[in-house]
Design a binder for this molecule. Sequence first.
Ligand code: PTJ
Length: 258
Amino acid sequence: MSEDETVPADVTHEEEIPEDHPRYQDLLTRHRIETGVEKGITHLQGMHAEGRGSAFDYLLGEETIPSADAAERAAAAHLLLADHPVLSINGNVAALVPGEMVDLADATDADLEINLFNRTDERIAAIADHLREHGATEVKGLEADARIPNLDHQRAKVDADGIYEADVVLVPLEDGDRAEALEAMGKTELVIDLNPLSRSPQVAEVPIVDNIIRAVPNMAAHAQELADAGEGELEGIIEAFDREEALEEAEERIRSGL
Ligand code: PTJ
């Protein structure tokens, strides 16, 4: 199919988007965010965030570049080595990769916790239902009985036995203030963000500059492959990963298109 060929203006089901369309991933992502907003899962601002991400992804060539794959493998190793890993879910993440986050949690024995920038009880409940529909058995973030220090009240809310006490946290599409506040709590942060210049990947131990729809299934595949690896092998993968180099490679790819 050529790029000029159109897809139906009103896509009701994502199956209506032709998989051979040159911008398939972008169309799929847009559709999932739109559906997320309609279902009360995704905030309207999530559309803006997605538009920004999609521009970076276009420049990256809409593919997982080698340094992102290395970051995804290192992130999987961190999750497997952690005492208490937690995967943070916001409205965009829930709309884009609900089942994939459940698979990653299963593969790494991690908790799933809803943590919203624009927090309302209605959205928390809608996202928890949505995750359960996609196979989650336990969803954290509903208690909100602890606070991240140095953040305003709503955005600081977390579960005491979830993100608050976690040693390793995956924070995809995260706002920079919260990423910095979590980092200040001494947590190992794994960040998925298509903008390598954004503050969240800049403070992350493992910045993953990739589209979340590719990154999360790839992390789960790495985790499954590393399921029987010993601590030494996992530590070796972590040590071999160079965060500065990964950020530079992603920026170079975006700027040069090469
Ligand atoms: O659901 P809530 O209330 O928690 O709100 C979630 C959003 C995403 C709206 C909120 O956290 C927000 O406003 O985030 P920002 O500050 O816009 O940051 C989102 C980052 O994610 C940006 O740097 C985007 O480039 C990046 N991004 C957007 N879509 C993707 C992405 N990164 C990876 N994959 C994507 N599909």
